[in-house]
Ligand binder design. Structure first.
Ligand code: AMP
Length: 213
């Protein structure tokens, strides 16, 4: 199964993608995670992306498309994947269409996780994540057992540098302007499935599962 996951930052794409990956035995490909890994390892790509990310702006399309094309060459993605945070602009969607066309592969679904803006700001500013296993916590409704420590591997949790209130507002605007038009792009292909992203993690996941089966 090949899925694209659309939705504003903080909608819960990362959390839900991890559940889908387990259930459907496919891979998660998160461009945000790939970029953060490049930054940690201080690669050229990481250095190039840094300023855009910290301001809550998008990294240029050519950088993203190069990075993604490289990932698609890996056999790990053969059983299927969920694209989390990609594509985010029309040129990226066109680039992806081309990559898929070249390998005669079709997408199965495009999920759009919907959450009101006021709730997104609340979620994002309280978000913490484990730099080691990637588990995502929320200080308000899903805190770790011990403050600041990952329940699974004991690592110190981090607050992403782009999860501050000012940056979050910019990221939401960027989503509205640059990513929302993709719904029309994929609507034309008959792939869009709208999912209500409010409620608890399991309830939302059941809605996703119903849309995928
Ligand atoms: P995310 O973890 O998906 O919220 O992404 C964090 C940041 O990485 C975004 O605010 C962008 O600066 C950058 N980023 C991630 N994916 C993309 C993409 N597909 N296109 C451009 N920038 C991206």
């Amino acid at each position: 199964m090949r899925i694209i996951f659309l939705g504003p930052p903080g909608a819960g794409k990362g959390t839900q993608a991890k559940l889908i990956v387990k259930d459907f035995h496919i891979r998660q490909l998160s461009t945000g995670d790939l970029l953060r890994e490049n930054r940690r390892q201080e690669t050229e790509l990481g250095k190039e992306a840094q300023g855009f990310m910290d301001a809550g702006n998008l990294v240029p399309d050519d950088v993203i498309l190069r990075m993604v094309a490289e990932e698609f060459r890996k056999p790990e993605l053969d059983p299927g994947y969920i694209l989390d945070g990609f594509p985010r602009t029309c040129p990226q969607a066109d680039g992806l269409d081309q990559i898929l066309k070249d390998s005669a592969i079709k997408l199965d679904h495009v999920l759009v996780l919907e959450v009101p803006d006021s709730e997104l700001v609340r979620r994002l500013t309280a978000r913490r994540s484990c730099p080691k296993c990637g588990h995502i916590y929320n200080l308000v409704f899903n805190p770790p057992e011990q403050e600041g420590i990952c329940d699974y591997d004991g690592s110190e949790l981090i607050h992403r540098s782009d999860d501050t209130e000012a940056t979050v507002k910019n990221r939401l605007e960027v989503y509205q302007k640059q990513t929302l038009p993709l719904i029309e792009h994929y609507n034309k292909q008959g792939l869009i499935r709208h999912i209500d992203g409010m409620g608890n993690v399991q309830d939302i996941y059941q809605r996703i599962k119903a849309a995928l089966t």
